[in-house]
Design a protein around this ligand. Structure first.
Ligand code: WQD
Length: 327
């Protein structure tokens, strides 16, 4: 079995590619390297191309005997998407639609898609369920929902089947700390905490401690990137054993606050995280965490790692890779 991994030179894509290979599958990575890193691909077969390049995708499918696809390739900066919507609709939506049409014409009928809990926007309730209304509050989130809907129509009108995985907050690094997030571009909490504790940035800004949460700081569902990776393998197994198309939350079901992330980091690093409480960040919500019972029940998948594993792997990765990418 050969799995095509688009965006497999990125943070989640590269760690998932390892898990897919560990499941006994062959892989081929297709990535523009615009945001990813060639070293993160390791010794896996690699094609430098854009998913919108139909000829390159077709050649890759034919030359590698691709049976299934995990589609990560996308831009994912929420703020940038609101400043440059055209860039996000063209790359994420049009690029994905071109990819799916080539896959369909080549007879590749199994797709696992990297979606996001951001499609829920400000959740109407927590824990968030897949049946809760999608209420996108950013262009980025809207592009992910549009791609989910495109896959839904391919599923209804062709033989293509898909699993859309709505990630909650992916965090941490590979268990061996050789792959991780590039903190140069990330606006996410854990890379920012790591920069502050390692003295690579001024004090961490905590965006508000007046939220209606137990300690007043924002609560999120942080899922270890290695557990996220095994969720993709479970989704591929579901499809290759004939499973129907489905959309699943991928989270732990557990909420964790900003101050709890800081406390875990101080405990593991053995030093203080310089931080200051500032005003709320525009667009933030107080509390988001998953109801992950669907993926647990359907795939038998379980997250095995906890907050300390996220923090210790991120700390090891960022300590060894201050340039933000595998050296
Ligand atoms: C987490 C918490 C912040 C940074 C985003 C995207 C979403 C998804 C995951 C792709 C919040 C607080 C953060 C900082 C802070 N990405 N925080 N200081 O906003 O939940 O979701 O990443 O799919 O699309 O929107 O993640 O890590 O930015 O914030 O206090 O320097 O940490 O207020 O409570 P978020 P985040």
């Amino acid at each position: 079995m050969t799995t095509l991994i688009t965006g497999g030179a990125g943070y989640i894509g590269s760690i998932t590619a390892r898990a897919i290979r560990a499941s006994g599958r062959a892989v081929v990575v297709l990535d523009t390297l615009e945001n990813g890193h060639r070293k993160a691909v390791g010794d896996a077969p690699f094609v430098q191309a854009d998913v919108a390049d139909a000829d390159a995708v077709r050649r890759t499918v034919e030359e590698h005997g691709v049976d299934e696809v995990v589609h990560f390739a996308a831009y994912k900066a929420v703020g940038e998407s609101m400043e440059n919507p055209g860039k996000y609709f063209a790359n994420n939506v049009t690029g994905s639609q071109k990819l799916f049409e080539v896959l369909h014409t080549c007879g590749v009928e199994r797709v696992v898609f990297s979606s996001t809990a951001a499609v829920y926007g400000t959740p109407s309730r927590v824990p968030v369920r897949e049946t809760d209304a999608a209420n996108c509050e950013s262009v980025y989130a809207e592009t992910k929902l549009m791609i989910e809907k495109t896959l839904g129509w391919y599923s209804r009108t062709t033989g293509m089947r898909s699993v859309c995985l709505r990630y909650f907050n992916a965090a941490g690094a590979s268990d061996d700390a050789t792959l991780g997030e590039d903190w140069r571009f990330s606006q996410n909490l854990v890379p920012h905490v790591m920069k502050a504790v390692l003295g690579r940035s001024p004090a961490l800004k905590v965006f508000g401690n007046d939220w209606p949460t137990p300690d007043g700081t924002g609560v999120r569902d942080y899922i270890h990137v290695e557990d996220l990776a095994t969720a993709h393998v479970a989704a591929l197994d579901h499809l290759s054993s004939g499973g129907a198309s489905v959309t699943c939350n991928v989270g732990t079901g557990q909420g964790t606050s900003v101050l709890e992330v800081i406390a875990a980091t101080e405990r593991i690093a053995g030093r203080k995280v310089p931080h200051e409480i500032v005003g709320r960040r525009a667009g933030d919500v107080s509390e988001v965490f998953a109801d992950a019972s669907l993926i647990r029940g359907l795939f038998g998948w379980e997250p095995r790692r906890h907050l300390d594993d996220i923090i210790s792997s991120a700390y090891a990765w960022h300590s060894a890779n201050p340039d933000g990418h595998p050296s």
